[in-house]
Design a protein around this ligand. Sequence first.
Ligand code: ATP
Length: 248
Amino acid sequence: AAASTVLHVNGIEVIYNHVILVLKGVSLKVPEGGIVALLGGNGAGKTTTLRAVSNLLAGERGAVTKGSIELCGERIEALSPSELVKRGLVQVMEGRHCFAHLTIEENLMTGAYTRTDGKAAVATTLEKVYSYFPRLKTRRTSQAAYTSGGEQQMCAIGRALMANPRTVLLDEPSMGLAPQIVDEVFGIVKDLNEKERVTFLLAEQNTAMALRYADYGYILENGRVVMDGEAKSLRENADVKEFYLGMG
Ligand code: ATP
């Protein structure tokens, strides 16, 4: 049977500061257990789409003015970010945002703040996170400020996983990282997807890398989805090759 749809973004329009129309009717679907890539250049609207889903637009003076967003068939536009975390949806922000003065382990523990299932359950999740990110275990007592960019990205993902999410929105995980580290991070994402069935919606400018790991992709241009398809068919598409994979 086809996987059910976890996340359904349906024709959303987003306006910043009451006047700047940034998303002009974006629709996408994320199936349960999938890895979906949201692709496009700088300023195409990827971050805005993720912020709309996790209800983080208000802080940016942005608002969804049209369309709807459903998580497992229920409308979520009116739910607070923390309510969304409780429902299993977390976002890993662009630029990592680890707390520089906290240790890696303290950073990870901040991700468990919405948990109500007790310390033992949280400790089990922490061990699970360490099993996927052995580098974080090695660096558990290091202050985040003194860890590498790759370790900070892993810490940001690990912290999101501490909430025990079913769906993770991952904003530009490759940003500022060496290709080998990007591969390592994406490899872990794939592992989490396959072994824990965590669903991912991944915003990426690194089209080649994202399409290597995702099952399906949407390409955004100027606030609109201009193309979507299976990752394999996008990789072979002439326009994608020319404009996004630098193979023209
Ligand atoms: P990037 O990779 O640079 O993050 P993106 O595809 O994620 O690109 P967005 O960050 O969603 O793009 O930005 C889409 C458009 O919205 C851009 O034109 C940007 O300048 C504008 N924008 C983003 N945030 C705000 C804001 N807080 N106020 C006004 N305009 C904004």
